[in-house]
Ligand binder design. Structure first.
Ligand code: PLP
Length: 489
């Protein structure tokens, strides 16, 4: 530790330069050696905090001390999402160009809430969103209506607030949702973000109407129509249908070609959540993931899942941005400015919940700049190929069955036997440490999920993951149910 008076109050530029090199070296070394680490090290609750001093440092310490604490305290306490044998949840992949641009964005340290608070931040974002309309083959009615949100959950919340504003002819801005009677339609497979948005908006969970699904878990448009009619007849107000293209559990695709016309007939907002799957449309052969998006009032997808753009980065488009702006704009005197009043600029603060906004578009631009559309397509195709490779390995072992046909980067499978045996198998795989998988359930039956798409994953990692599954079988047999490791579930 240095004496306090030997240190300048801020890090000087030369020190920043040399420590910055160390930090980048640290990240490069971390990525380079990640495969040697356990993906999910065992962690006892409270064990990380116990290693920190009880009080904050009184005098500043050198940055390398932080790097060594990172190594000693933090790394053993992480689930390593960038590990080449991380196949849990959905990927949250990072990449060199994204991380470098994130650093540049932090260095610029700007706020992009209004056009005039950093015009380049807004205009580059507008251009990126229009590029993505082209890249994903999205319908033209979404062009010009794009904005970056932190997450698909925020996108859903913003869309729901806008739908409420529209349906109530502006009344909810002043009076809230108390008068209510609004209904939001979803399925059992819809992401929990929809229910959370209903809670946050004050609609509450009682506004949720669960529509039936077919055997694949896709929304039944006939049942949707039935609910809409019944609710109208009961004096309720249908507000929004949340349709998913690629559900979280096992990638079911709600049929927008059937749902869209129903929404149009009933004048109900259609939000399309394609958080994971939507970006796959960069590949022509996977454009079908966005079939029917032409009916969408709002649509979102997450480059921060499968498209090499480290968290966070969700792309939201709304068909009528003026309704969104009208729903969320509040103008205090201290934010008034002539550019906004000219009507010639976009102020993205009206398109989101927070006021301040980061320069996320730089990260997206950097990813596109480095990979080009071809590089992005190659990455998605690798993920699809890895899922197929894993599915082939599962299919060749008669102790296992596929739960759903492999789709995009996801394989759902289970061992012949009980749910408890499958739970034990998952625990045995994850505690062994070379591979990480997660689980879900379909019609009440537990299954394992293998989600490909990691930036560092190569074919041999997929084969190693399958070997880890096979090798875990005898260990799983020795496990008693119900004692799963915290990270293993
Ligand atoms: N929607 C779907 C279909 C998802 O799969 C997920 C996450 O996996 C989400 C929404 C939530 O994403 P976010 O973390 O961006 O809010």
């Amino acid at each position: 530790m240095k004496p306090a008076d030997a240190k300048p109050p801020h890090m000087d530029h030369d020190t920043f330069r040399s420590l910055g090199h160390q930090a980048i070296d640290w990240i490069a070394d971390y990525w380079q050696r990640l495969a040697e680490r356990p993906v999910a090290p065992p962690v006892e609750p409270g064990s990380i905090r116990a290693q920190l001093p009880t009080a904050p440092p009184e005098c500043g310490e050198d940055f390398p001390v932080l790097l060594s604490d990172l190594e000693r305290i933090v790394l053993p306490g992480l689930l390593h999402w960038q590990h080449p044998r991380f196949f849990g949840y959905f990927p949250a992949n990072a990449s060199g160009p994204a991380v470098l641009a994130e650093l540049l964005s932090a260095g610029l340290g700007i706020q992009g809430m209004n056009w005039n608070t950093s015009p380049a931040c807004t205009e580059i974002e507008q251009q990126m969103l229009d590029w993505f309309v082209h890249l994903l083959g999205l319908p033209e009615h979404l062009r010009g209506g794009g904005v970056i949100q932190d997450t698909a959950s925020s996108a859903l919340l913003v869309a729901l607030l806008t739908a409420l504003h529209q349906a109530s002819a502006g009344r909810t801005r002043d009076h809230g949702t108390g008068e209510c009677g609004y209904r939001v339609y979803l399925t059992a497979e819809t992401h929990s973000a929809a229910r959370k948005a209903a809670v946050i908006t004050g609609l509450g969970l009682r506004a949720m109407c669960e529509v039936a699904t077919d055997a694949d878990g896709a929304m039944d448009a006939v049942d949707l129509e039935r609910h809409l009619r019944a609710d109208r007849a009961a004096g309720l107000t249908p507000l929004m249908v949340v349709a998913t293209r690629g559900t979280t559990s096992h990638l079911s695709f709600d049929p927008l070609e059937d749902i869209g016309p129903v929404c149009r007939r009933h004048g109900v907002w259609l939000h399309v959540d394609a958080a994971y799957a939507g970006v796959a449309a960069v590949c022509d052969e996977l454009r079908w993931v966005n079939d029917g998006v032409r009916y969408a009032d709002s649509y979102c997808t997450n480059p921060h899942k499968w498209l090499l753009t480290n968290f966070d980065c969700d792309l939201l488009w709304v068909a009528h941005p003026e309704v969104l702006v009208s729903a969320l704009s509040v103008l205090p005197e201290y934010l008034r400015n002539s550019a906004s009043e000219s009507g010639r600029v976009t102020d993205y603060r009206h398109w989101q919940v927070p006021l301040g906004r980061r320069f996320r578009a730089l990260k997206l631009w950097s990813v596109l700049h480095w990979y080009g559309a071809e590089g992005l397509r190659a990455h998605i195709r690798t993920g699809v190929r890895h899922a197929q490779l894993f599915a082939d390995l599962v299919g060749a072992d008669d102790r296992f069955t596929l739960v759903t046909p492999p789709a995009l980067g996801l394989v759902t499978f289970r061992q012949t036997g009980t749910d408890e045996e499958n739970r034990n198998l998952l625990q045995a795989i994850n505690t062994e440490g070379t591979t990480f998988l997660t689980h879900s359930e379909k019609n009440g039956t537990f299954f394992l999920r293998f989600a490909a798409g990691g930036t560092l994953t190569e074919d041999h990692h997929v084969r190693e993951a399958w070997r880890a599954v096979q090798n875990a079988i005898p260990r799983a047999q020795h496990l008693a149910g119900g004692s799963a490791d915290a990270l293993a579930e």
